[in-house]
Design a protein around this ligand. Structure first.
Ligand code: DX5
Ligand code: ZN
Length: 225
């Protein structure tokens, strides 16, 4: 079953606590938290203070996506804020393995993300150090962009590498996911889908999450090739 991780980037931040409750009542699996520093990406979103402010309001898995330069500087802060998963960007530092090992040493799940133009094979040496691989299906920085279908090639490559190595690693896709394209992503091998606009801008959040989940499940198991 594919998990749905709504991104609060698309919610009404003036009503943050109730937006999080709405997502939880609508049976979201995780909550996706997009942290942007204005350096790694050309946008600034929010930091650990905002995440800490909603930690006590929700039992959802806090799925923190760090789009920041040199993320090791802030892992402690996002740990203390209540993250369950911390995902860093492959392109954001040179010490990826050390950062991933540090995240795990805190008892958290560690993830690594690639931008659309970064080939998936760069993650091969890091597979033993991750619990999650995040494939960006838009250029990181903004919600509400259109899904780039060519990024599903990276999902396929990762799914194959993970299967060959017999590892248990979530494959998450992020950017432009809707009920219309989630089936294709599911067939490619994702296990988690982030959805910002498709959830928080929908008139009925529960229906939106239900449609994503249902369309993701209505897929054939990909054949081995
Ligand atoms: C983009 C973020 C995404 C984005 C998803 O940099 O990482 O999580 O908010 O939003 P939608 O689903 O609207 O593309
Ligand atoms: Zn994200």
């Amino acid at each position: 079953m594919i998990k749905i991780s709504p991104s609060i980037l698309a919610c009404d931040l003036s009503e943050l606590a109730s937006e999080v409750s709405r997502a939880e009542s609508a049976r979201a699996d995780w909550l996706h938290l997009d942290v942007m520093d204005g350096m790694f990406v050309p946008n600034i979103s929010f930091g650990p203070g905002l995440i800490a402010s909603i930690r006590d309001r929700s039992k959802l898995v806090f799925d923190t996506h760090l789009m920041i330069v040199d993320p090791l500087r802030y892992i402690d802060d996002f740990y203390r804020a209540g993250s369950d998963i911390i995902t860093i960007h492959y392109e954001s530092c040179n010490n990826q393995q050390a950062v991933l090992e540090y995240i795990r040493s805190l008892g958290l799940r560690a993830g690594i993300s690639i931008k659309p133009a970064t080939p998936a094979f760069v993650l091969e040496p890091l597979l033993d150090y991750i619990d999650l691989a995040l494939v960006m299906s838009v250029e990181p920085g903004f919600g509400g962009q259109s899904f780039m279908p060519e990024t599903l090639d990276s999902v396929r490559v990762l799914a194959q590498m993970i299967k060959e190595r017999g590892l248990n690693i979530e494959i998450e896709i992020d950017g432009g996911i809707t009920p219309d394209n989630i089936a294709e992503a599911a067939r490619a091998g994702i296990t988690v889908a982030v959805a910002g606009s498709a959830v928080f801008r929908a008139p009925d959040i529960a229906a939106a999450i239900g449609a994503l989940r249902e369309n993701a499940g209505n897929t054939e198991i990909p054949a081995d090739d």
